[in-house]
Ligand binder design. Structure first.
Ligand code: GAL
Length: 385
């Protein structure tokens, strides 16, 4: 047997440390920098969201590969686990694309974006919804995919993909929507695109009434009473919908509202602070960054009041060259919310970076507290103390 010299043991130790196998590597966040998991590999969970379950955070996101090809789904939804939010352990692929059936909706080369997972205590199921586009069809399918699992890290079983809320009008429907839809509108398959092109007058809501509503960028939100909501960019990205899910979280209840009509908002996030609902999202410019949007409401159904771009600091008008994906309530710290965003790199998708920053509330005597998100090169959870 070959003897391992003391010198090579030293080198192995150095290598192990460099590769990041030493525990407790990070004690702060460094927005925009390479962020290594327990194996020393840059975390691969883009457009992600976080589930907190039994003392552990689970981060789910799009697994990207190198190059432009990485903008399509070749692997699936990646899951990581952490107790401190700084150091993440690779838990593998929670939902896999299908590689042996070109006709399967999840076949490799389809689009899986912005996966979010919530836990349903009644069914003891972990429920994942994601934006799903069919292979070779660009962004025209505009569907929401559903997968369920019995353990947080999966594996998740794909259930179906839908255009939500078919055959029901939103609670705030206008009379002008409830009329027969133009045949031309019915036959048009909007690609989504990156810039507003279609005016509201097309009655895309009416088309959605017939076919199910278009659903692209999305998030999930569970309220204090356990009711879950699916928030998705609809009507060709021109208008967001906030839709209630059924008690088991695996379907839409049919109760929904249109919000920010013809405001072209994407990348929705939603959270609740001191009884008020807050929204942070983006404008609609594809992978290119734009100024964040924010809003507040006393009821999730609205009316929502826009508050403008909460970002401050270098590149604040471009959301620090990133786009929102989730707002995480930090456990055990009241009023502590972490803003999560993606700095996309569509030329080399796997190199997308994560911008995590604390949300600050500006104290107010009564009513809602305005929010701001200030750039920091490095920070830790101590800012919430
Ligand atoms: C963005 C959206 C991303 C992705 C991209 C494709 O606006 O937020 O999730 O869909 O467009 O161009």
């Amino acid at each position: 047997m070959k003897r391992i010299s003391r010198r090579s043991v030293g080198w192995m130790l150095c290598w192990a440390l460099a590769a990041g196998s030493a525990a407790g590597r990070y004690s702060s966040f460094e927005p925009g920098q390479i962020w290594k998991d327990n194996n020393g590999v840059h975390i691969n969970a883009h457009g992600g969201g976080i589930l907190f379950h039994e003392g552990v955070y689970y981060w789910f996101g799009e697994h990207k590969i190198a190059g432009r090809a990485g903008n399509l789904a070749h692997v699936g939804v990646h899951c990581y686990r952490s107790k401190d939010l700084y150091n993440w352990t690779d838990e593998g692929i929670a939902l896999s694309v299908v590689t042996d059936d070109p006709n399967h909706p999840l076949t490799a080369g389809c689009i899986i974006e912005r996966p979010k997972v919530i836990y349903n205590p009644k069914t003891r199921q972990f429920v994942m919804w994601f934006h799903h586009e069919l292979k070779g069809r660009g962004y025209t399918a505009a569907m929401s995919g559903l997968a369920v699992g019995t353990r947080p890290r999966g594996p998740y079983q794909y259930v179906r993909s839908v255009r939500p809320n078919q055959g029901v009008w939103p609670m705030n429907v206008q009379e002008s929507h409830q009329k027969p839809v133009d045949r031309k509108v019915m036959e048009t398959h909007y690609s989504g695109g990156s810039l507003p092109r279609h005016p509201d007058v097309l009655n895309l809501l009416g088309k959605g009434y017939v076919t199910g509503q278009m659903a692209r960028d999305m998030t999930l939100f569970v309220d204090d009473d356990g009711t879950a909501y699916h928030i998705y960019a609809s009507e060709d990205n021109s208008t967001l919908h906030i839709a209630e899910l059924t008690e088991d979280y695996t379907d839409h209840s049919g109760r929904f509202v249109r919000v920010f009509a013809a405001r072209w908002m994407e990348a929705p996030t939603l959270f609740k602070h001191k009884g008020f609902y807050y929204f942070i999202g983006s404008g609609c410019t594809g992978w290119a960054p734009n100024a964040a949007r924010s809003a507040v409401a006393e009821s999730i159904w609205g009316p929502w009041m826009e508050l403008g771009n909460p970002c401050e600091g270098p590149d604040a008008e471009l959301t620090f060259r990133a786009q929102s994906t989730y707002v995480l309530p930090v456990q055990g710290r009241k009023g502590a919310f972490l803003f999560m965003a993606d700095r996309w790199n569509p030329e080399n998708a796997i190199d997308g970076r994560y911008i995590w920053l604390p949300i600050e509330f500006i104290p107010a005597a009564d009513g809602y507290e305005p929010i701001r998100i200030r750039w920091r090169d490095q920070w830790d959870l101590g800012v919430f103390d």
